[in-house]
Design a protein around this ligand. Structure first.
Ligand code: MD3
Ligand code: FE
Length: 216
């Protein structure tokens, strides 16, 4: 077993260390799920979910959108952040203040005060959607953490080391969980196993993951 330690609140929210720089905050969003979903609905009304292509030309099974000053995109030309949404040819919707505040609170709880996210990538998983093992290294500022929020159906999150090959660990990310990935854990390889079908009161037959990123 890993040397995990737990910190418990009084409201069903509790923290678990995943690595020296990574903290899992169980239940962080449960009390805020409806307002978070309402904000996501407003964003995707302006910047609809779409299936991007990998640089190799494969359609990603996860549908994505973004809000904030930039958005993460992928196409034949590669992976990058850009200020214009290629689907609408306009700027991305602003990051809702409430989402930004929740991400900053999670970052602070995880030991990273002063987090200033510039981008929120929104991942929509229908049953069967998955994300292959990858590193998040398109951000110019790799010293800032990434904050992730999970809503809806549970998913098996896979995380490994600093190389594609080698030992991996699996954890179940559930509705309302936040994870803060910083420090030495920021560049770990990670992915998501194919989503198991089910129905969730907040998201329907889906899982939604938000990742807040400081790109500058
Ligand atoms: C560990 N998303 O969007 S969130 C991604 O559930 C991404 O949709 C997954 O990986 C999802 O890039 C995982 C948890 C997460 C996010 C960023 C990380 C874990 C991370 C960055 C470094 C290490
Ligand atoms: Fe990632």
């Amino acid at each position: 077993m890993q040397d995990l330690f737990d910190i418990h609140d009084e409201d069903g929210v509790w923290q678990e260390a995943l690595g020296s720089g990574a903290t899992w905050i169980h239940g962080f969003l449960v009390a805020h799920a409806d307002e978070v979903m309402a904000e996501i609905d407003r964003v995707v009304a302006q910047a609809p979910y779409r299936h991007l292509s990998t640089p190799g030309g494969k359609r990603m099974s996860v549908a994505m959108s973004n809000c904030g000053a930039e958005g993460w995109v992928s196409d034949r030309a590669g992976y990058r952040y850009q200020t214009i949404d290629p689907l609408t040819a306009t700027v991305w919707p602003a990051m809702p203040a409430r989402l930004r505040a929740l991400a900053q609170q999670a970052a602070g709880d995880g030991g990273y005060p002063g987090f200033e996210p510039t981008v929120c990538l929104i991942n929509y998983y229908a049953p069967g959607a998955r994300m292959g093992l990858h590193q998040d290294r398109d951000e110019a500022n790799l010293t800032a953490p990434i904050v992730s929020f999970s809503l809806g159906l549970p998913a098996t999150f896979i995380w490994g080391g600093w190389q594609r090959v080698g030992k991996t660990q699996r954890i179940m990310l559930r509705h309302g969980d936040a994870v803060v990935w910083g420090g030495e854990d920021r560049l770990r390889f990670h992915g998501v196993a194919p989503l198991k079908d089910g129905e969730h009161a907040v998201t329907g037959r889906a899982r939604i993951n938000l990742t807040f990123r400081q790109t500058k």
